[in-house]
Design a binder for this molecule. Structure first.
Ligand SMILES: C[S@@+](CC[C@H](N)C(=O)[O-])C[C@H]1O[C@@H](n2cnc3c(N)ncnc32)[C@H](O)[C@@H]1O
Length: 257
């Protein structure tokens, strides 16, 4: 297992070559089985086949994850309930949170509600895991004696805009995630020098953020064009993260006594 490099190939086969209990943090953003065009794979399987694929990659991911490690899995609403049950009941992981990534704009539906969120399941292997709350605090809403004025816990509903098609950070990848979403996970759930793995790295978001935050990293993708895209992205020097939580700009209000 080499660090600070991308691997091109099937995530299951590549993770099979990694040692047990080696990775501190896994941020996985697999295809959601909703028919996206990822170039050389078909993101539309029978749901039973998708479930088998999910169990197979999770078997490897959980094997390589350290006992004090953390797993985040992005998932769309069609499969997330089943994914939750697989992680908790079948793999015996410890539930730590269900994070909703709320994006403010997107496709409009005429019949039914327009989708405005994707979710992330946050599980650990044991109760001994890293959580650096001080590194992810956001400004409090109010001055109050009982409030920690260093900032509040950001909670489990995260508002970040998509990386807009017209923005200069946008890569030619259909499901590029905002760097700021990964930034919060990596700051909270790993320390500098730790190893962060993304088995479905796409345009390279997780690895770029991990590198910029002083973590070691590994990214895997089955599409060689996305590996080349990720490598180009890593060659860029660190810039500000491409999206931000609007609450970071708030100033605490003084309440009348
Ligand atoms: C949801 S996208 C990840 C997007 C990424 N988080 C980003 O910010 O760009 C899923 C990725 O999984 C890749 N993929 C699909 N099947 C795979 C497999 N079996 N092994 C590794 N990668 C795979 C696709 O090529 C696609 O880039």
């Amino acid at each position: 297992m080499e660090l600070n490099r991308f691997y091109c190939g099937d995530a299951i086969k590549i993770m099979q070559t990694f040692s047990d209990n080696a990775i501190h943090l896994i941020c996985a953003d697999p295809p959601y089985n909703l028919g996206k065009d990822y170039g050389n794979t078909i993101d539309r399987k029978e749901w039973s086949a998708y479930e088998t694929f999910t169990r197979d990659w999770l078997t490897q991911a959980i094997r390589v994850l350290r006992n004090d490690g953390t797993l985040y899995v992005f998932m769309g609403v069609r499969f997330i309930a089943r994914l939750y049950a697989i992680l908790e009941n079948d793999f015996g992981l410890l539930f730590n949170g269900w994070i909703t990534w709320h994006y403010t704009q997107g496709m409009g539906r005429i019949k039914g509600y327009s989708p405005r969120h994707e979710d992330v399941l946050y599980f650990t292997k044991s109760k001994d895991f890293t959580f650096n709350l001080d590194d992810i605090r956001i400004p409090q809403k109010y001055y109050r004696e009982r409030n920690n004025m260093d900032g509040a816990n950001p909670g489990d509903v995260w508002q970040f805009s998509h990386v807009h098609y017209s923005s200069k950070e946008r890569e030619e990848h259909p499901t590029q995630k905002p760097e700021a979403v990964l930034e919060r996970m990596i700051r909270a759930s790993s320390n500098p020098g730790d190893i962060v793995l993304d088995p479905f790295v796409g345009s390279g978001t997780t690895c770029k953020v991990a590198r910029d935050l002083g973590r070691r990293w590994i990214g895997i993708d089955v599409n060689p064009d996305y590996i080349a895209m990720s490598e180009r992205r890593m060659a860029q020097t660190a810039t500000l993260f491409d999206s931000f939580d609007p609450r970071l700009k708030r100033t605490p209000l003084d309440l009348p006594r």
